[in-house]
Design a protein. Structure first.
Lengths: 497, 497
């Protein structure tokens, strides 16, 4: 092999990229177009392809090539690409193969049990499997911490949001928690006053799916989604998948109301815009890929919450709704629905005011689980105690809506939950920065013009791929470190009354 | 590695199968659901995955494993699986890697030129590229012949129909050619007499695509297509793709008539039934896969021609058409359309009477090209001469509808054309054998009952996968070697007047 080590890594990156392409499309296809009987073969094929990818990415010579490439004369871009490749490689190789196998086995088993037992509200049957997963996560966190020189929980977060550290994240979430303790009751009071004496507005009606789909497509296009490089389908859970040149978003329709499908479409459009605007040049290297979960979520929430629940947006959107669905609504009809605040047990159903409290609860509990300060046996009580303190609700006799609510823990995805609320905070901070640069930006929304918003994000976020760590990217885009003040101000303005 | 050589081959087969799964679904997806802008990335990914598959399948140790496995104590099934694996491996490895690269390059270039220049009827621009492909095909045939101990053209056919030999195929096609020389004018006369004085029946109308799709799905289901393990979509050219647990067939619709979409659906359903009924046990080995192109085509033509153009079938199908499309037709309306005979220039538009003459023309010309008896420079005249002799039509000033008509030669697929007409002959012979076993089988068609037909084919063809060579399978299923007499009798009966 006469080529440079960097060229060998480039060739490897191309192969891994082709496998990733296949896995992404197969996964999106599975949820949208696959025949139901194809599931078993598809699972087998995906498992083999993922194993193949892992072996290729972690083959012993790859570490040598990375080492050799660091000695080669590289351009600035190549050096960046190599640095990011090395980071991903380190995260991928810091667990011994035998450990990964044990963990995969425990995880798959626990996910299966979770699916079966959540429906039966059977915590006692589920807990031993979760205990096994938690034991292995503690081991994983220690192994990652050792390899990366980080604390155990930081080492877990590092997989999802490079550079995210508990020292910064915990104070941000604490700040929000303290704020929300007072703000949630205030927002609920304000809501009650706003709606007092007003008739319950029925958005209920009959909305043909095909018309809703056309409305969704027209909004996607207006927001900048390139329909020649992506599509909108239907799946049980909305998602954004596929590849940057063929981004597949989905939503689900109810024929008795249109907001759930539409808001889902807006959320996934936010993810899709990020993917469609990543730098093509490094598409097959980690450098060309999106920067982690919090930033990705910030892009979806930017479109869904900052744009899509902004009253100015609805001045433009309501006539579009009328054109497509034939229903004439006013701002007074729609705002109570899209700004509805309600304390509830279920994270994925929560509004943007109460949602962070669901994350705070999980963040505090999973840290304690990882650090060994909490055991699975005590989880239902600990969950209940926090749920009562944060939202005034109890789940003690309802573990299915308590600690059995999410797939994350059964899947061994500890350190992921903060990304959701970090994403919401980043989105609010981006909006504040854009308002600073373009004080008249609400006028763009009201006119259905999204070019300035997109240009701003393209330049500061999308085009950077993985050049910067998560905190660096936030600072680069907004001129300051992540600060909960923007999120608090956003909530005050929209929900403070 | 402590496992047996056979176990290592089994593991390899699983990996190749996963890559094949990915490539099959990605290819079907490309024609049905991919965003138009995704084509370039998709082509890159497919090229890398195919290269990866080729390297894995032809790695030096694979030949060793095959050799070692032959020394191991294997069960009967395993020995069969190994034999077929070895055959595929030999066909895959008999060309040096450098040659494959040169050929791939020439082929892709020639296909691109074909697409661009066929539309402009530019033979002069296209011929040099085809000359390059033909030169390499001659080289390929010699290499394959040397490795397999076959004649050059037989070595090419061996890729598509294992066991097919010119010594048997040429007399069969000659037999049909001689028969059709007299029969085509006779069938045209008979058609003229049948239709004389009858008003031109307008099948033209307005047929909503969704209704046509429902009609197609209901016929697929009736014919035995398992809709839980497959689907029907739309694509520019109808095809049958996907994987046995998720068979994806497509058709295309015109809103002004329904027969083209429906007959396309029936054809692909024939392919699909074969795939859905292959033996699951050896699915990841070549043994579990369909036996070559001629047999596959026989299954599609069995459904499209033997069943789908049988008047008995239409006694059942016409009420279904009326139910779905609201149009009341009689046998006298439909039979002239589905039994229409017409001399034409285009192979893919030809009816079942004249189609074999298109194949005879290509078979004779491509043999001469491979053997060096004909050069590309002389192809337009040679084509024209045969087209005039066989069908009384000239293409001399119209190469786009002459030697530039098909993608096969630009793609270096020489030795493939006979499969089409072998398939038609096999289908006719299968039908004759079934009629022998079940003299009342027309009654099944008229009642929309396909179980006995399917059981017969499942037992004798589908469940065998690749256990037998093409000629062995025909003999196994019908009790005799392939004989053009059945095809001639079929055409006589349906078109002889």
């Amino acid at each position: 092999m006469a080529s440079s080590a960097f060229a060998r890594l480039d060739e490897l990156a191309r192969r891994l990229h082709a496998l990733d392409h296949a896995v992404s499309i197969l996964a999106a296809d599975e949820a949208t177009h696959m025949a139901p009987g194809g599931g078993e073969d598809r699972a087998d094929a995906l498992a083999v392809l993922s194993g193949m990818r892992h072996r290729m990415a972690t083959a012993p010579q790859v570490a040598d090539w990375i080492g050799e490439a660091q000695e080669e004369a590289l351009g600035e871009e190549q050096a960046l690409a190599l640095r990011e490749f090395r980071r991903v490689h380190r995260n991928l190789t810091c667990l011994p193969a035998g450990f990964v196998e044990r963990q995969t086995h425990a995880r798959l088993r626990c996910e299966q049990l979770w699916r079966a037992l959540r429906a039966r509200n059977d915590w006692a049957g589920f807990a031993p499997a979760l205990e096994g997963v938690v034991a292995l996560v503690r081991e994983e966190a220690a192994l990652r911490a050792e390899a990366l020189g980080l604390s155990p929980y930081d080492a877990l977060m590092e997989q999802y949001d490079p550079g995210a550290r508990m020292a910064e994240v915990a104070p941000l979430l604490d700040d929000l928690k303290t704020f929300l303790a007072g703000f949630v009751p205030r927002a609920l009071d304000a809501q009650e006053r706003r709606l007092a004496g007003r008739p319950k507005m029925p958005l209920a009606g009959s909305y043909p799916v095909e018309k809703q789909r056309e409305l969704g497509l027209s909004m996607m296009a207006a927001l900048g989604f390139d329909l020649s490089r992506g599509s909108l389908s239907v799946s049980h859970h909305p998602f954004c998948g596929g590849v940057p040149s063929d981004v597949r978003i989905t939503t689900r329709y109810r024929s008795d109301e249109f907001l759930s499908a539409l808001m889902g479409t807006l959320h996934e459009t936010g993810h899709a815009l990020y993917e469609q605007n990543l730098p093509r040049q490094w598409a097959h290297w980690p450098l060309g890929q999106a920067r982690g979960m919090a930033i990705h979520e910030s892009q979806s929430l930017f479109v869904e919450k900052q744009i899509g629940r902004n009253p100015a947006f609805w001045r433009w959107a309501l006539p579009a709704v009328e054109r497509h669905l034939g229903v004439g609504l006013t701002l007074d009809d729609i705002l109570p629905r899209i700004h509805r605040v309600e304390r509830g047990l279920i994270r994925v159903d929560a509004d943007e005011v109460t949602y962070p409290l669901h994350i705070v609860l999980r963040f505090e509990l999973e840290r304690a689980l990882v650090e060994g300060a909490l055991d699975v046996a005590d989880l239902p009580e600990a969950w209940d105690e926090k749920m009562r303190a944060l939202l005034g609700l109890s789940t003690l006799d309802n573990p299915a809506d308590g600690p059995m609510q999410d797939v994350h823990w059964p899947s061994a995805a500890f350190g992921y939950f903060p990304s959701y609320t970090l994403g919401a905070m980043i989105a609010a901070q981006l909006w504040a920065a854009i308002e600073r640069d373009h004080p008249d930006i609400d006028g763009d929304l009201a006119a259905g013009r999204f070019e300035r918003l997109n240009e701003w994000r393209r330049e500061r976020i999308w085009s950077l791929g993985s050049r910067l760590s998560t905190p660096e990217l936030i600072r680069h885009a907004t001129g300051e470190a992540l600060d909960a003040a923007h999120m608090k101000r956003h909530l005050e303005r929209r929900y403070g009354g």
